[in-house]
Design a binder for this molecule. Structure first.
Ligand code: HEC
Ligand code: HEC
Ligand code: HEC
Ligand code: HEC
Ligand code: HEC
Ligand code: HEC
Ligand code: HEC
Ligand code: HEC
Ligand code: HEC
Ligand code: HEC
Ligand code: HEC
Length: 424
C-alpha cells in the first residue's frame, strides 16, 4: 500500500463533520473509528504489503459499525454473521473481484452471483422475475452477507420463511400490485396451507415455492408452468397423491387429460390461495354452486328437490350436496358400473344417510326434470296431464261463470220489465 493511499484513507476518516453536528458523542465515535481503522491499516502494513487477501484484512476496516462512504451510506459488514453464513469460507474478493487494495478502485465491479450459480441465474432468465434490476438475487435471498443454506431456519428461503419473502412484494401494498397483480399473501396465510405452515410449523405444507418453483417461475398462462390449468393436478398431486389418482380416474380428470380444459381441476373447486378445510361449513355451503357453475341444468333441478330446500334453510349443512351422491374426485357418469349413481349402487349411496333405503326408495329422482321428455318420460306426461287438467278445469269454470252471469243478467232484465208492465 502506498503512502498516497494511506494519506487518502486518513483524509477520508478525518473529514470534519459539520459544526452543528459535533457533540461529545460524535467526537468520541469519530475518535474510536479513526483508531480502529488506523489499527487496521497498521496491521495491513505489517502483514500484507500492497495486497488485501484475507477476510480479516477487509474486516479490519469494515467491521467498524460507523464506517460510511462519502454519501453517508454505511459500509459495515458483520464479520461474525458473515463467517457463519454459507459463503463464510470465501475471501471477500471472491465476490468483490476487483477490490484488492485500499484505496478501492473508482469503478467497483458489481458482484456477479452467476459466476458460481449459473443454474439459478439461467433459471431466472425468461421467468416472470427476469428483470434483473427489479429482481436481483438479494430480493429473495436477503442481505448478501447473511445467506444461509435453504434448510437453515435463518435462510430467507427456508420453507417457513418463503411466504414472507415472496409476500414482501405479493402482499397488500407490495410492488406486484403496482404491476396489476392480485394480492396473494393475505389469502394464502388464511388458507389451510398457510395455517399449517405458520401456525403448526408443518414443513411439508405447500408454500409458494411448492406450487410455483423458485427461479424459473412462469405465468399460469404459460403451458410449461406448474400452475397452468392442465398441469395443476400433477402439481397438487405431488403431495396429495391418492386424491390425484382418484381424480385422474374420474370423468373430470379424464376430460382434462384428453385436452378438455372446460372440465375442472383442483383449483376450480378449491381455489389456489384460499383453500379451506373441506369439512368446514364455509366450504360445504360454497361447493354446490361450484359444481353448479358448470352443470347449470343439474343445479336448477337439484334446487327443486327436498335436499336443496333443506340446505337453503338458514345454513343447514347436513343435507345431501352434489358430492355426497357423486363423490368429489373420482366422479363417474351413471353409465359406469363403478359410479355411486349407477343404478346398482344407489341403495348404498342413498343408504349412507337414509337407513333402510330400498329399491323403491331410490326410484326417487334427485334431478327430476319435468320438462325433459327423453330423460323423465313419466314425469313429463304426468306434468302434461296435470297441466291439461288444470287448463281444462279453468276453462270449464270460466265458461260456466260467464253463462251464469248472462243468465243472471237476463233474469234481472226480465224481472224489471215485468215490474214496469205492472206499474204502468
Ligand atoms: C483501510 C480501510 C479499508 C480496507 C482495508 C478495506 N476497505 Fe472497503 N471500504 C473502505 C471505505 C472507507 C469505504 C467507503 C468508500 C471508499 O472509500 O471507497 C469502502 C468501501 C467498500 C465497498 C463499497 C464500494 C462501493 O462503491 O459500493 C466495498 C464493496 C468494499 N469496501 C469492499 C472491501 C473489500 C472486499 C476489502 C478487502 C479486500 C476492503 N473493502 C478493504 C475502507 C476499507
Ligand atoms: C457471496 C458474495 C459476497 C461475499 C463473499 C462478500 N460480499 Fe460484500 N457484497 C456482496 C453483494 C452482492 C453486495 C451488494 C452490492 C453489489 O451488488 O455489489 C455487497 C456489498 C458490500 C459492501 C457495500 C455495502 C452496501 O451495503 O452497499 C461492502 C462494504 C462489502 N460488501 C464488503 C464485504 C466484505 C468486507 C466482505 C468479506 C468479509 C464481503 N463483502 C464478502 C456480496 C459479497
Ligand atoms: C423470486 C425469488 C428468488 C430469486 C430472485 C432468486 N432466488 Fe434463489 N431461491 C429462491 C427460493 C424460493 C429457493 C429455495 C428453493 C427450494 O426450496 O428448493 C432458492 C434457492 C437457491 C439456491 C439453493 C439451491 C437450489 O436451487 O435449491 C441457490 C444457490 C440460489 N437460490 C441462488 C440464487 C441466485 C444466484 C440468484 C440470482 C441469480 C437467485 N437465487 C435468485 C428464490 C429466489
Ligand atoms: C465464489 C463462488 C460463489 C459466489 C460468487 C456466490 N456463491 Fe453462493 N454459494 C457458493 C458455494 C460454494 C455454496 C455452497 C455450496 C452449495 O450449496 O451450492 C453457495 C451457497 C449458496 C446458497 C445456499 C444454497 C443452499 O444449499 O441452500 C445460496 C442461496 C447462495 N449461495 C446464493 C448466492 C448469491 C445470492 C450470491 C451473490 C450475492 C452468491 N451465492 C455468490 C459459491 C458462491
Ligand atoms: C422484489 C419483489 C418480488 C418478489 C420478492 C417476488 N416477486 Fe413475484 N413478481 C413481482 C413482480 C413485480 C411481478 C410482475 C412481473 C411483470 O409482470 O413484469 C411478479 C410476478 C410473479 C408471478 C407471475 C404472475 C402472472 O401470472 O403474471 C408469480 C407467479 C410470482 N411473481 C410469484 C412469486 C413467488 C412464488 C415469489 C417468491 C419465491 C415471488 N414472486 C417473489 C415481484 C416480486
Ligand atoms: C397450492 C398451490 C399454490 C400455492 C401454495 C401458492 N400458489 Fe400462487 N398460484 C397457484 C396457481 C394454481 C395459480 C394460477 C392461477 C389460479 O389458479 O388462480 C397461482 C397464481 C399466482 C399468481 C398470479 C396471480 C394473478 O393475478 O395472475 C401470483 C402472483 C402468485 N400465485 C403468487 C403466490 C405467492 C406469493 C404465494 C405464497 C404466498 C403463492 N402464490 C402460493 C398455486 C399456488
Ligand atoms: C408441498 C405439498 C403440498 C402441495 C403441493 C399441495 N398441498 Fe394441499 N396440503 C398439504 C398438507 C401437508 C396439508 C395438511 C394441512 C393440515 O392438515 O394442517 C394440505 C391440506 C390440503 C387441504 C385440506 C384438507 C386436508 O386434508 O387437510 C386441501 C383441500 C388441499 N390441501 C388442497 C390442495 C390443492 C388444491 C393443491 C394444489 C393447488 C395442494 N393442496 C397442493 C400439502 C400440499
Ligand atoms: C369437482 C370439484 C373438485 C375437484 C376438481 C377437486 N376437488 Fe378436492 N374436494 C372436493 C370436495 C367437494 C371435497 C369434499 C369431500 C367431502 O367432504 O367428502 C374435496 C376434498 C378434498 C380434500 C380433503 C380430503 C378429502 O378427500 O376429503 C383434499 C386434500 C382435496 N380435495 C384435494 C384435491 C386435489 C389435490 C385435487 C386435484 C387433483 C382436487 N381436490 C380436485 C371437490 C373437488
Ligand atoms: C369447471 C366446470 C365444472 C365443474 C366446476 C364441475 N364439472 Fe362436472 N363436468 C364438467 C365437464 C366439462 C364434464 C364432461 C366431461 C366429459 O366430457 O366427459 C363433467 C362431467 C361430470 C359428470 C359425468 C357426467 C357426464 O356427463 O359425463 C358428473 C356426474 C359431474 N361432472 C358432476 C360434477 C360434480 C358433482 C361437481 C362438483 C363437485 C362438478 N361436476 C363440477 C365440468 C365441470
Ligand atoms: C341425492 C343425490 C344427488 C344429489 C344431491 C345430486 N345428484 Fe346428480 N345425480 C344423482 C343421480 C342418482 C343421477 C343419475 C340419474 C339422473 O340423471 O337423474 C345424477 C345425475 C347427474 C348428472 C348426469 C350424470 C350422467 O351420467 O349423465 C350430473 C352432471 C349431475 N348429476 C350433477 C349434479 C350436480 C352438479 C349436483 C349438485 C348441484 C348434483 N348432481 C346433486 C344424484 C344426485
Ligand atoms: C348426505 C346425506 C344424504 C344422502 C347421501 C342422500 N340424502 Fe336424501 N335426505 C337427506 C336429509 C338430511 C334429508 C332430510 C331429512 C329426512 O327427511 O330424512 C333427506 C330427504 C330426502 C327425501 C325426502 C324426505 C324423505 O325422507 O322421504 C327423499 C325422497 C330423499 N332424501 C331421497 C334420497 C335419495 C333417492 C338419495 C340417493 C340418490 C338420497 N336421498 C341421498 C340426506 C341425504
Amino acid at each position: 500500500m502506498t503512502e498516497a493511499a494511506i494519506q487518502r484513507g486518513f483524509s477520508l476518516l478525518a473529514q470534519p463533520s459539520p459544526a452543528s453536528q459535533r457533540t461529545p458523542g460524535t467526537w468520541a465515535r469519530a475518535l474510536f473509528r479513526t483508531a480502529v481503522i488506523a489499527a487496521g491499516i497498521a496491521a495491513l502494513l505489517l502483514t500484507a504489503p500492497g495486497r488485501l487477501h484475507a477476510q480479516a484484512e477487509c474486516l479490519a476496516c469494515h467491521a467498524d459499525k460507523t464506517l460510511q462512504d462519502a454519501n453517508g451510506h454505511s459500509v459495515t459488514v458483520d464479520g461474525d454473521h458473515f463467517g457463519a453464513s454459507v459463503h463464510g469460507v470465501f475471501k471477500c474478493n471472491d465476490c468483490h473481484i476487483n477490490i484488492k487494495e485500499y484505496p478501492h478502485p473508482d469503478q467497483v465491479v458489481k458482484v456477479d452471483c452467476k459466476k458460481c450459480h449459473a443454474d439459478e441465474a439461467s433459471g431466472l432468465t425468461g421467468s416472470v422475475h427476469a428483470n434483473a434490476a427489479e429482481h436481483p438475487c438479494m430480493s429473495c435471498h436477503g442481505d448478501a452477507h447473511s445467506i444461509f443454506p435453504k434448510a437453515d431456519s435463518r435462510s430467507n428461503v427456508y420453507p417457513l420463511n418463503i411466504p414472507h419473502t415472496c409476500g414482501a412484494c405479493h402482499g397488500n401494498d407490495g410492488m406486484a400490485q403496482k404491476h396489476g397483480l392480485a394480492s396473494v399473501f393475505p389469502s394464502y396465510m388464511d388458507s389451510i396451507h398457510g395455517f399449517a405452515l405458520s401456525k403448526e410449523g408443518l414443513l411439508v405444507a405447500a408454500n409458494c415455492q411448492s406450487c410455483h418453483g423458485s427461479h424459473h417461475i412462469l405465468s399460469h398462462t404459460n403451458p410449461e408452468s406448474p400452475t397452468y390449468k392442465a398441469n395443476i393436478p400433477k402439481t397438487c398431486g405431488s403431495c396429495h397423491a391418492k386424491i390425484n389418482d382418484d381424480y385422474m380416474g374420474g370423468a373430470h380428470g379424464k376430460a382434462v387429460a384428453g385436452g378438455n380444459l372446460k372440465a375442472p381441476v383442483c383449483t376450480d373447486c378449491h381455489t389456489a390461495h384460499s383453500i379451506l378445510q373441506p369439512t368446514e361449513a364455509a366450504f360445504r355451503m360454497q361447493s354446490t354452486p361450484i359444481c353448479g357453475s358448470c352443470h347449470k341444468d343439474k343445479l336448477s333441478t337439484y334446487h327443486d328437490t327436498f335436499h336443496s330446500q333443506l340446505g337453503l334453510l338458514g345454513g343447514y349443512v347436513e343435507t345431501a350436496r352434489c358430492w355426497d351422491c357423486h363423490g368429489a374426485h373420482g366422479i363417474l357418469p351413471a353409465s359406469d358400473p363403478k359410479s355411486p349413481i349407477a343404478p346398482a349402487n344407489l341403495i348404498a349411496t342413498c343408504g349412507r344417510c337414509h337407513n333402510g333405503a330400498n329399491r323403491s326408495f331410490v326410484q326417487y329422482q334427485p334431478h327430476a326434470n319435468a320438462h325433459d321428455r327423453k330423460l323423465n318420460p313419466a314425469l313429463y306426461f304426468i306434468r302434461l296431464f296435470m297441466n291439461l287438467l288444470l287448463a281444462g278445469t279453468l276453462t270449464f269454470f270460466l265458461i260456466h261463470t260467464l253463462l251464469w252471469l248472462i243468465r243472471a243478467r237476463y233474469n234481472q232484465i226480465k224481472k224489471k220489465t215485468a215490474e214496469g208492465d205492472k206499474n204502468a
